[in-house]
Design a protein around this ligand. Structure first.
Ligand SMILES: C[S@@+](CC[C@H](N)C(=O)[O-])C[C@H]1O[C@@H](n2cnc3c(N)ncnc32)[C@H](O)[C@@H]1O
Length: 256
């Protein structure tokens, strides 16, 4: 995207700082203004069911997602799942129940406070089939061909190098492995001032790619059968100039 390395690092540091503050404060939400609503309401609006919320530790539901990838990933018992940007661990804990004791779920996040929070929740509730690793989704701390399924929820838009993220995802998937990611994309271009705002980047808006560009990036990295399986207009507390331009998509793709 023509962004130089200095700017990329600046973006990442800003994002890390923001999510570190969120992890420490228990404050939540991707967009600042939705914090007026209760976490449970935000979670239901994001796409989780009442039953999902009963199944997971409350501390892991931080209102930071933009969909429910586990609900669409068709997880089977015994599978190994990787969650890119696992945050407080909500989707890791949901997936852990689906893959059972013979399966495993690994969450990767670059923000130390998030990883610590998720680890302590796992410990407190006795989850034995989950693991949280500190790391960047552009340089995954996993071996080639080691996971069956990759999920992610409202994270890849935050990365300054999305192609690298999908290339890494492809690398660590086993042959015939699949990807089911929920993310924010845009309908057309965003106003320049929004794209330049660090705050809007950390709020999951400024870094978002245009919808087709997003899908093409996934295809370019080698994935096949790339398909939007669901989508919805995302206008929770958006400014007037952004209304109708932000979409939450759930995309499925396969490694051959
Ligand atoms: C909007 S939150 C979503 C958290 C979680 N997926 C959820 O749905 O609750 C984004 C998370 O991605 C992490 N993150 C952002 N960019 C990352 C990167 N390049 N590598 C690893 N983690 C990243 C942040 O630290 C944060 O925990």
């Amino acid at each position: 995207m023509g962004m130089n390395e200095v700017k990329e690092n600046e973006v990442k540091e800003y994002v890390k700082k923001r999510y570190s503050e969120i992890a420490q404060s228990g404050e939540s939400c991707c967009t600042p203004s939705c914090c007026n609503t209760s976490i449970a309401d935000v979670a239901l609006r994001i796409g989780y069911s009442e039953e999902d919320l009963k199944d997971i530790p409350e501390a892991s539901s931080m209102g930071l997602g933009c969909g429910n990838p586990v609900a669409l990933a068709g997880l089977r018992e015994g599978e190994t799942v990787l969650d890119l940007g696992s945050g407080g661990g909500i989707d890791v804990f949901l997936a852990a129940k689906k893959v059972g004791a013979k399966g495993k779920v690994i969450g990767v996040d670059m923000t130390e406070d998030m990883v610590n929070k998720a680890r302590s929740t796992a410990l407190k509730y006795g989850y034995e089939n989950v693991e949280f690793r500190l790391g960047e989704i552009e340089n995954l701390p996993l071996k080639d061909g080691s996971v069956d399924v990759i999920i992610s929820n409202c994270v890849i838009n935050l990365s300054p190098d999305k192609e690298k993220v999908f290339r890494e995802a492809y690398r660590v998937l086993k042959p015939n492995g699949r990807l089911l990611v929920s993310d924010i994309v845009t309908e057309g271009e965003l106003p320049e001032d929004v794209k330049k705002s660090f705050d809007a980047w950390a709020g999951c808006i400024a870094g978002a790619l245009e919808k087709n560009q997003y899908l093409n990036t996934i295809i370019r990295t080698g994935f096949e059968k790339v398909e939007i399986v669901s989508q919805s207009t995302y206008d929770i507390d958006l400014s007037q100039e952004l209304k109708g331009k932000i979409t939450s998509v759930q995309v499925e793709a396969y490694k051959n």
